[in-house]
Design a binder for this molecule. Structure first.
Ligand code: ZN
Length: 462
């Protein structure tokens, strides 16, 4: 039995691990490389294995860096089942359709440019038909329920926190009288979110493959983060303009809605008009409502019979473009939540173009901003930015909230590993050099264990 990492080895995107068990070949995740232009160019290269030779896929969760190359796998001839939690099936549908739509728009723009220069057109990475094929191959899993997906391969997902439906995968493998238990952490969340249950570590394993995104540091304590958000809301109200919140459609948006409901009086939320101005976030919120039984007990108690989209009496959803454009005339008292989360596209760009030049405006950044993105330039204090080709002066106040990460910090990661009995060998993936070396040092100090740091294409024997 052998495990080979074909992505997220020394980096945080492109998760894809090939497991060979006897004559069966199984993929754990098949995600997109994301980030710089060079990173994204890697998605267009042929997969490092024959898609036809893969018997099945087990998908940990819906983020594109874990599921985004599935359409390429299917396009390459993979016809097997894709096993994942039922919630992830609904979220993957939203994310992959959106990705295919963005890809088509990008390619169309690019081909117009190429036509003017007499160059041949380029093809999109994948299209809606490929996404539809992926969705037809999806098979739902439930937390805590074991299922034999191939002869000698049984999987059991357990909650990983992170986003709704995110799973750690326990695999019981059997070949020629040899038995091995492999645990793949997926992406692990923090313990104290507003909505998502805490990760549940498995009882034991022979080998652990574990994420290390924030392996080198702990996040700011939750209570400090809540106080920080309260202060931003207070500042924004006294500045007398609008508050813009660039937000990821899945996870962060719903977390923010619940936080505002929980702190409705403390933050005086009632005086604002709140607009959820993102068709994708509205759809993702509806998926959360359909799967409300998956929220943690505290969130279920707080919500009672209410659904997320009516948890705030002053929340307005604006799915139509015309409704979104009307927000341009709102000069004060509005909280506008819109994507994309790093301000690289979407409706937030229109709101930033209209509001950044006004000193009454506040912007609250609640998620990670990648290098080279507009969001990062704002965080770094740019005085002028370019939006849709126009020069925009930044007079608004920019606030950064660092403590709302969907990933566990170093101490939580170390605890998760420590709860697994028998100190099994562990290999660290899904972290840049700093993250996984930081976690390796922590695991050495806490448990005396030497963690493996697999390179791209390196095989690990089970
Ligand atoms: Zn993730």
């Amino acid at each position: 039995m052998e495990l080979t990492c074909y992505g997220a080895a020394g980096e945080v995107t492109g998760s894809c691990h090939l497991l060979q068990c006897g004559r069966h070949r199984l993929l754990l995740d098949c995600g997109l490389f994301q980030g710089s232009r060079e990173d994204e160019a890697r998605n267009a290269r042929p997969l490092p294995f024959d898609p036809v030779s893969i018997d099945a896929v087990v998908l940990s969760h819906a983020h594109l860096d874990h599921c985004g190359r599935l359409p390429l796998l299917v396009r390459g001839g993979f016809r097997g089942p894709i096993h994942t939690h039922a919630v992830s099936i609904d979220l993957v549908r939203i994310l992959l359709r959106d990705a295919a739509w963005l890809e088509a728009a990008d390619v169309e723009r690019e081909n117009r440019r190429r036509a003017m220069r007499g160059k041949p057109p380029v093809q999109p990475l994948f299209g809606q038909a490929d996404v539809d094929a992926v969705m037809r191959q999806m098979r739902p899993l439930r937390f805590g329920e074991a299922e034999e997906i191939l002869p000698g391969v049984t999987v059991r997902p357990s909650p990983a926190g992170h986003i709704l439906g995110a799973a750690s995968i326990l695999l019981d493998l059997r070949d020629n009288g040899v038995r091995r238990r492999l645990v793949y952490s997926g992406d692990l969340g923090p313990r104290d979110t507003a909505l998502i249950p805490a990760p549940e570590p498995p009882a034991d394993a022979d080998l652990v493959l574990m994420e290390s995104t924030y392996g080198d540091r702990d996040h700011r304590p939750r209570e400090e983060t809540l106080a920080e958000i309260g202060q931003v809301l207070e500042d924004a109200w006294s500045d007398g303009g609008n508050l813009l919140v660039p937000s990821f459609a899945i996870g962060r948006t719903q977390e923010m809605l619940v936080l505002m409901a929980q702190n409705f009086e403390r933050w005086d939320i009632g005086r604002w008009k709140i607009f959820l101005d993102s068709p994708m976030a509205i759809e993702a919120t509806a998926v959360h409502d359909r799967h409300a039984d998956q929220f943690h007990a505290g969130a279920r108690r707080m919500l009672g019979t209410r659904r997320l989209h009516d948890v705030l009496p002053n929340l307005h959803e604006t799915p139509d473009t015309a409704q979104s454009i009307r927000l341009n005339s709102v000069r004060s008292g509005a909280i506008i939540i819109a994507g994309s989360g790093m301000c690289t596209g979407g409706r937030i760009l229109h709101h930033l173009a209209h509001n950044l030049p006004r000193s009454q405006t506040d912007v609250m950044i609640i998620g990670y901003q990648g290098h080279g993105t507009l969001g990062r330039r704002l965080v770094d204090g740019a005085e002028r930015v370019t939006i849709h080709g126009h020069d925009v002066r930044v007079q608004a106040r920019i606030h950064t909230i660092g403590g709302l990460s969907a990933h566990a910090g170093q101490s939580e990661l170390a605890c998760w590993y420590g709860a697994i009995g028998g100190r099994p060998p562990v290999h660290l993936v899904h972290g840049e050099a700093r993250g996984r070396e930081g976690l390796a040092a922590r695991l050495k100090a806490d448990y005396g264990i030497d963690a493996g740091l697999p390179r791209h294409g390196e095989a690990i024997t089970l």
